[in-house]
Design a protein around this ligand. Structure first.
Ligand code: ZN
Length: 288
């Protein structure tokens, strides 16, 4: 894995596990799909879900400008309302995401509702486009828990966290464009005319989407490709990275090399910080 130093990086990106990332760029600290509570499979299946306050305090920066949720399944947004309450960050997401946040006591003034067609918001010097997208299909169920949940009661069970619409998140800040595709499908036409220096590409369910990586790479021409949402998220972060069942990470890396021969591919560990130089994403390295 390339390690080193970058003088004057345009953006820094750290992985929180699952589809969660911290992006520091344009003077802003942004959290994308942060989820560090990671209840066990048994607790997830059998109990009401509550965020792990101690783990959030340990793992999440204390200064956050915005929490951005691509969809409303619990592994993308269980922790988002509590993080918004603790930090005062703006929380951006679908009607369902914002309904969960409201039910959790996040003040209306901190919520930015993204309509189903998408939206663009500005946080400090970061411009953030929520791009209409699709949720990947997980065999054998297809898209889990579709639909909206507009008046949730908390704490909720896993099936109460309905998908609520799926968005890719395009962050332009610090001279770097980063596309977070947190679920493994897309709407090609929504990416017409866009480019991204960095592609954070969600792997869970990717083989159910025809030519998934090829279509993303063709649309965005990234200089840096970073897989995400490939780790088993039913164990605490302290146990280290283990792959979700059915994930072929080496196969993905080979495919990414073939699809995008000039791009750098970095598979970070939890909390590794990738520094992305402006205008040279293919020279990104892990710096911490
Ligand atoms: Zn999902």
């Amino acid at each position: 894995m390339p390690r080193g130093e970058v003088t004057d990086p345009g953006a820094r990106i750290a992985w929180l596990g699952t589809a969660g990332h911290v992006i520091e760029a344009g003077g802003a600290t942004l959290l994308l799909d942060p989820f560090v509570s990671r209840p066990s499979l048994l607790r997830t299946a059998a109990t009401r879900l509550v965020p792990d306050e101690a783990e959030i305090a340990r793992r999440i920066p204390s200064k956050v400008d915005a929490v951005l949720c691509g969809h409303s399944h619990y592994d993308h947004m269980l922790d988002a309302p509590l993080i918004a309450r603790r930090t005062g960050a703006v929380l951006v997401g679908s009607r369902t995401t914002c309904a969960f946040a409201r039910a959790s006591g996040v003040p209306e003034s901190q919520l930015r509702i993204v309509p189903p067609t998408g939206a663009t918001v500005r946080i400090k010097d970061a411009e953030i486009r929520f791009v209409r997208s699709r949720h990947g299909r997980i065999r054998p169920v297809g898209v889990p828990f579709p639909g909206e949940s507009l008046a949730p009661r908390l704490p909720g069970r896993v099936f109460h966290y309905k998908m609520g619409g799926a968005f890719g998140i395009l962050v332009r800040a610090g001279g770097v464009a980063i596309y977070h595709n947190g679920s493994a499908d897309l709407v090609d036409a929504e990416l017409d005319g866009e480019r991204a220096d960095v592609l954070l590409v969600g792997l869970a369910g990717r083989t159910s989407t025809r030519n998934y990586l090829a279509r993303l790479v063709h649309a965005l021409s990234p200089g840096l490709v970073v897989p995400t949402h490939h780790d088993a998220f039913f164990a605490p972060l302290a146990r280290g990275v283990h792959l979700l069942p059915g994930i072929d990470l080496e196969g993905f890396v080979s495919e990414a090399r073939a699809q995008s021969p000039d791009a750098r591919i970095i598979t970070p560990g939890y909390f590794d910080v990738i520094a992305v130089p402006r205008g040279a994403a293919a020279k990104a390295v892990i710096v911490a």
